[in-house]
Design a protein around this ligand. Structure first.
Ligand code: NAD
Ligand code: MG
Ligand code: MG
Ligand code: MG
Ligand code: MG
Length: 338
């Protein structure tokens, strides 16, 4: 259901005269704070004074408060620190500062859905999840557009929870692109599945497996890189703009026949069965438990897997080829700092 068509202007105004605290000033936090401020909302940023993004918030004209102070002064508190940092921050700083009848907002449902954060019964718990990274949420807004948003309500203490979430999504620019109502369960489970099976896990393994297959067969790594990684963007852009039909329209008939006749042999019944297994691990909470424990242990497996990913030969050949492509985006400040 597209709630942007059924919700009234009055509901979109339900944050007027209210103060919004944005806790965390990273990818989403910065975009939300700037968009909401430009939409006329009273925005306060909550950050640790020694944290890395404090100076950035100051440079953008905010006067950040400590997270607890920001939460104490606000009617709605947006939790925009990394998911793994949210439970402790909520327990120690936000929960004790929340006023009865205020709202807590998340941009991803993980902690609420898997019981890592349990808010007291007298506050609203809502979700506004823009379907794009923060830089994109900000850029689209500045250009007069918006990014589609999912909204959901986990707890409606005031009777105004959905109106508040809609007003927040409106302030982000989301209603310019469409707001879709969902649940914390649906947002969380589909988000995890998408990134694991398709967007990140699936795509990167497909690219690397294709690259390895060509290189192992004696083809030049540079050629393999262009074929399996570089050209992916062109295809993804066509899919994004016009689905399968537009993609088919722009590729050759030979390419199309190869796609139609060979694709299902790559993503075969085994792959589909593995996808169902991943989804089951997500729905049962097994993935969430594994990730919470991994964080508690200091992320040894995460660090090991990340190092192995970055050591793959495709990274080396890719870096040297991309250095010659002057039009490509250079690393952002945030990327360079990590
Ligand atoms: P981020 O890593 O970009 O930013 C984190 C911010 O929190 C920084 O300001 C950092 O200094 C601060 N921070 C980190 N640890 C902290 C701590 N212990 N205490 C206080 N502050 C701390 O985070 P993000 O990617 O914007 O993610 C925020 C939320 O948005 C998450 O729930 C995430 O799932 C969700 N989300 C992210 C994206 C995305 O594209 N990045 C998209 C949709 C939803
Ligand atoms: Mg996602
Ligand atoms: Mg995600
Ligand atoms: Mg990968
Ligand atoms: Mg080709």
């Amino acid at each position: 259901m597209n709630t942007s068509t059924v919700h009234q202007e009055s509901e979109l105004r339900s944050l007027h005269g209210k103060r919004v605290a944005i806790v965390g000033y990273g990818s989403q936090g910065r975009a939300h704070a700037l968009n909401l401020r430009d939409s006329g909302h009273d925005v306060v940023v909550g950050l640790r004074p020694e944290g890395p993004s404090f100076a950035r918030a100051v440079a953008d004209g905010f006067a950040p408060l400590a997270p607890a102070e920001a939460a104490r002064s606000a009617d709605l508190v947006a939790m925009l620190v990394p998911d793994s940092a949210q439970p402790a921050l909520y327990r120690d700083h936000v929960a004790p500062a929340l006023r009865k009848g205020s709202a807590v907002l998340f941009a991803h449902g993980f902690n609420v859905h898997y019981g890592q954060i349990r808010a007291s019964q007298d506050v609203d718990v809502v979700l506004v999840a823009p379907k794009g990274p923060g830089d994109f949420v900000r850029r689209q807004y500045s250009d007069g557009h918006g990014v589609p948003c999912l909204v959901a309500v986990a707890q409606d203490a005031t009777g105004e929870a959905l109106g508040r979430a809609m007003a927040y999504a409106h302030g982000l620019g989301g209603t310019r692109a469409g707001v879709l109502q969902t649940t914390f369960a649906e947002e969380t489970e589909t988000d995890l599945f998408g990134e694991q099976a398709v967007l990140l896990g699936g795509v990167t393994e497909l690219v690397i497996a294709g690259f390895d297959t060509l290189v192992d067969a004696g083809y030049q790594p540079e050629v393999a890189y262009f074929e399996c990684l570089h050209e992916l963007k062109l295809i993804v852009d066509l899919l994004y703009e016009g689905g399968l039909a537009r993609m088919h329209h722009f590729v050759s008939e030979t390419a199309k026949y190869g796609d139609l006749s060979r694709g299902p042999r790559i993503v075969d019944a085994n792959v589909r069965a593995s996808m169902r297994t991943l989804l089951e691990e997500i729905r049962s909470g097994a993935f969430a438990t594994e990730w919470v424990l991994e964080n508690q242990a200091g992320r040894p497996r995460y660090e090991r897997l990340l190092a192995r990913d970055l050591a793959h030969p495709i990274e080396k050949v890719g870096a040297s080829l991309r250095a010659r492509m002057a039009w490509l985006a250079r690393p952002t400040e945030r990327e360079a700092a990590t």
